[in-house]
Design a protein around this ligand. Sequence first.
Ligand SMILES: Cc1cc2nc3c(=O)[nH]c(=O)nc-3n(C[C@H](O)[C@H](O)[C@H](O)COP(=O)(O)O)c2cc1C
Length: 326
Amino acid sequence: MTKEKEYLKKLLQPIALPGGRFLPSRILPGPMEGVMTNDYCRIMMEFDLLPAWITPFIRISEGTPRRKKLEGRLTPFHPIPIVAQIMGTYRGHLAATAGILSDLDGVLGVELNCACSSPTVVRSRSGSAHLRDPEWIRDTLLAMRDSAAVGGIGVKIRSGFESPDELPRILECVSAAKPDWIVLHYRTAKEMFRSVPDGYRRFETARRLLPETILFASGDMFTCEKSLEVVRKTAVDGITPARGLMHNPWLIRDLEAVCRGETPPERNVVPFLLRLVEFVAESPVWRTGLILEIARNVWGSDSERFKSLTKDPRPDAMLKNIRGMG
Ligand SMILES: Cc1cc2nc3c(=O)[nH]c(=O)nc-3n(C[C@H](O)[C@H](O)[C@H](O)COP(=O)(O)O)c2cc1C
């Protein structure tokens, strides 16, 4: 078997976690707060497009949420396996929350978000703000591990706060806590969503420094080719495409097909969008944001199909319009 084929096969292998749990695959969805709503979860699971979730962050502020509340937060993601992501400032509450979450039905593990670079989040000393104090990340992961009797403990980071030169020290601290996985978004917090020409080099650095740690890559995986190129060139263990799932909701299933040596079938987004409109129409509030966002990503904002959807965004009109696209 060629080296490339070995990589592809490996992407489909599960990852063992403490307590006999498993991440079912190494191709997992990158969380998207605001996008992964009830309707998004419903449509993605009805079309069977994901092996598991990494949820968008659950914000833990000045208290530990009750078990019932956390159960409620995870309701949209059932019944497929869940990695629950948390983000916050206070170690004690984060650790206690990890303990509760790891004990909930369907939860494989808990991931600490140290990657969100939204100015509000950073101002509240949360998300990527922790990259400036990697010892805090290490100690928080250790506290989460102590609190969670079973299940995996992971962390999502960026390559630095100000500069990718911070990456080695961040990795040294984080790996001292022996997380079950690290997701690395290759941009720094300061780079937000800007393009970075040396992104792959940052993955290579992480791989070189942490040859034994399960390392997931994040950043700009919009197609199968691009996603698999990252694995081939940088030898990361897994990938977490996020915005690419808006361009192609089948992206993860297509990647899995390629890893099995198959050619992904042609995909028709029309039945997907029709069903999504039905779901959104059943919700208490009619919101077209998600439908238009997916349509824009799939067809492009200049396409006639997208433009025609924006002209009459009432449910019946949208249904008729999309049905006509056949
Ligand atoms: C709308 C949106 C919401 C996001 N929410 C989260 C989040 O809740 N947790 C997280 O770890 N990353 C979040 N991300 C970051 C993505 O998971 C991912 O790391 C980033 O978009 C880069 O990957 P991509 O180029 O494949 O999208 C979000 C990204 C977007 C676009």
